[in-house]
Design a protein around this ligand. Structure first.
Ligand code: SF4
Length: 152
């Protein structure tokens, strides 16, 4: 783990492991205008170098809608998606992706993640995801229109 600390004023962005993949293809679409607005805010923070803290279960992206999504966010299938994403991103970045891990994105890490996403080497977590055709198309386009970009 590449540990880094946060100032008291800057809380880490709490992410479950498979959202390390989903954030790569976020183009500003989602379940509701409120969800999208908050997701945009999170992506802006990540791009500005905010620290990420890996969590188990609902995170800053999905927790606000988990009540409406029923048990989905807690389902074993979604937890398995997290495990598969954690394993592939750990292997790619050399950062142990596990609850409590903290690290920051930078342009080099983001580029490695997107390249690996496009070539399929970190897509095991995407199996059976209903959004996979959308994410496949975004990757195939060279990530046209995605919102996450790192300043450094
Ligand atoms: S296919 Fe599903 S799990 Fe994979 S990045 Fe897209 S939304 Fe996330």
């Amino acid at each position: 783990m590449n540990a880094a600390s946060s100032s008291p004023a800057e809380q880490p962005v709490r992410l479950r492991a498979h959202h390390l993949l989903c954030m790569l293809t976020f183009i500003g679409e989602g379940y509701s205008p409120t969800f999208v607005a908050e997701y945009r805010r999170i992506v802006a923070r990540l791009g500005a170098g905010a620290e990420i803290e890996i969590v188990a279960g609902p995170d800053d992206i999905c927790a606000p809608i988990c009540h409406a999504a029923g048990e989905h966010c807690h389902n074993e299938s979604v937890q398995d998606r997290d495990r598969r994403a954690a394993a592939s991103v750990t292997a790619l970045l050399g950062i142990e992706i596990a609850p409590g891990a903290r690290f920051r994105l930078d342009a080099a890490r983001l580029s490695r993640l997107r390249h690996a996403f496009a070539t399929g080497t970190i897509r095991a977590a995407c199996a059976d995801c209903e959004w996979a055709p959308l994410c496949d198309g975004i990757a195939a386009s060279g990530f046209e229109g995605v919102l996450l970009a790192c300043r450094a």
